[in-house]
Design a protein around this ligand. Structure first.
Ligand SMILES: Nc1ncnc2c1ncn2[C@@H]1O[C@H](COP(=O)(O)OP(=O)(O)OP(=O)(O)O)[C@@H](O)[C@H]1O
Ligand SMILES: [Mg+2]
Length: 448
């Protein structure tokens, strides 16, 4: 008769244990183990489940680890932070890229203020935050545009962003060609254009869309003046070695002074176009411009750019006038002098300043090293009158003679070139009209 410690299938059979053992203690233990663990179906089932669970857990861990490993081995990432120059280039490239599956776009709006004051708005549709899949030169790329929820760029109040490009390791060289393409596209948009930069916090940012270059010949200064400045700038640009060998800071300052509307600003724009340079405009009367920021900005001018300080006299006179009102402009005169002296870039630094009142300028600003080339840009001379007339009305030599004679007879010398331009624009297709209206130049405030 068999003695069991319970009923049913899972009960332990003591007799069987005894029978299967050889009588020694180890024999009994072995036999008991076999009976309890191996032959017991409940235990076996539980053990099996446990083993299965453990195996799956190990496998899962393995898969996670190996996928990370394979990810690292097979895929490559490229991260472009929003602070980097190529960030905007890339977004622009992406918005124009045809083989793009995502339709998730966001809009970027640019205002462009034209010379005549008109404003046009341009919308660019760029890929919005999120994931986008593209196929580039036969390779798939996952593009993830992420916005940091917490970090904010203090200079413009926008959240920091990054774009991460992921592709197969074997296609990694495509990143380079993609970025090159994006850069080329961006630079092509600027071809034949002048980019205006303005200060934005401590950095320079393009202001609006690049403007069409102003033709050098379209600004008519008195005989030889425009060419003299151009030659001086060109000579300076070619003399890098000369400066470095003598240990002289490689910079040159120009001051264009004269009455309003004589073409100072226009000339600098045309000069930048001629040299294929951009323009960084700094407004010294800006309230939140401090000496530190000024210094930083002057030492981080984008390459191939002319620094333009307009109406240099106004910034400091305004400061004195408004002192009693408790208002002080951020930048001090000595701050400007130090910033001008402290420009330490290896690249050349060309600074242009304009003013209507050179007499109000402190001699300290005018000393060589800060201003090396001063040019008086006056109201229209007879030479300019003739040249401007023929520029507006090509080949009208006879009417040009009549116009100049009448102009001379008026006996006035304070006609600005801007005034002349106004008269010619009014008589756009009518040179005779311009000759007939020459009298109106007597009154600078004539409104046509
Ligand atoms: N010498 C010139 N040749 C051609 N256009 C001129 C000339 N002078 C002025 N103009 C025209 O007159 C307008 C005003 O010129 P601009 O802004 O260059 O004058 P400015 O000397 O900078 O005046 P301000 O001292 O008031 O700043 C522009 O539209 C420009 O085209
Ligand atoms: Mg001006």
């Amino acid at each position: 008769m068999s003695q069991t410690s319970g009923n049913g299938v899972g009960a332990i059979d003591l007799e069987k244990i005894q029978k299967n053992s050889d009588g020694s203690i180890t024999g009994v233990a072995k036999s008991a183990f076999n009976e309890v663990v191996v032959n017991n179906p409940y235990f076996a089932a539980g053990g099996g489940l446990m083993l299965l669970g453990t195996t799956l857990a190990v496998a899962r861990h393995g898969i996670v680890k190996s996928s990370g490993f394979f990810y690292r081995q097979l895929l490559v990432d490229l991260e472009i932070p929003s602070k980097d120059k190529s960030y905007l280039w890339f977004l622009e490239w992406m918005s124009r890229y045809k083989h793009r599956s995502s339709r998730h776009l966001s809009v970027e709006t640019n205002y462009v203020q034209h010379d005549n004051g008109a404003i046009t708005t341009k919308f660019s549709l760029v890929p919005g935050p999120g994931k986008h899949l593209i196929k580039y030169q036969g390779a798939y790329m996952l593009i993830n545009r992420e916005r940091s929820g917490k970090l904010i760029d203090m200079t413009n109040g926008s959240p920091f962003e990054t774009v991460t490009l992921t592709t197969l390791y074997r296609d990694r060289f495509l990143f380079q060609s993609l970025l090159d393409e994006a850069k080329k596209l961006a630079l092509k948009a600027q071809e034949g254009k002048t980019v205006l930069f303005t200060s934005w916090g401590p950095e320079w940012r393009p202001f609006g869309q690049p403007r069409k270059k102003r033709m050098f010949g379209s600004v008519i200064l008195d005989e030889g003046v425009g060419e003299a400045i151009l030659n001086d700038v060109k000579d300076f640009m070619e003399s890098g070695d000369w400066y470095h060998r003598r240990g002289i800071p490689y910079r040159r300052g120009y001051l264009l002074y004269g009455p309003p509307g004589s073409g100072k600003t226009s000339y600098i724009q045309a000069l930048a176009g001629e040299l294929d340079y951009n323009i960084c405009i700094l407004n010294l009367s800006e309230n939140n411009l401090t000496d530190d920021r000024l210094n930083h900005l002057m030492n981080h001018i984008p390459e191939r750019s002319i620094l333009l300080l307009e109406d240099v006299d106004a910034a400091f006179n305004k400061r004195e006038q408004s002192k009693e009102k408790g208002f002080t402009s951020g930048v001090t005169f000595s701050g400007l002098l130090n910033a001008l002296d402290g420009v330490t870039s290896a690249e050349e630094c060309i600074t242009f300043m304009t003013t209507n009142h050179p007499d109000k300028l402190d001699p300290a600003l005018m000393r060589p090293g800060r201003v090396d080339f001063k040019v008086f840009i006056n109201n229209a001379t007879e030479y300019q009158v003739r040249k401007m007339f023929l520029r507006f009305y090509e080949d009208e030599h006879e009417l040009c003679d009549q116009f100049t004679r009448k102009y001379r007879d008026l006996g006035i010398s304070d006609v600005s070139t801007a005034q002349l331009q106004g008269l010619f624009i009014y008589n756009k297709r009518n040179p005779q009209g311009a000759v007939d209206m020459v009298e109106t130049l007597r009154r600078p405030s004539t409104v046509f």
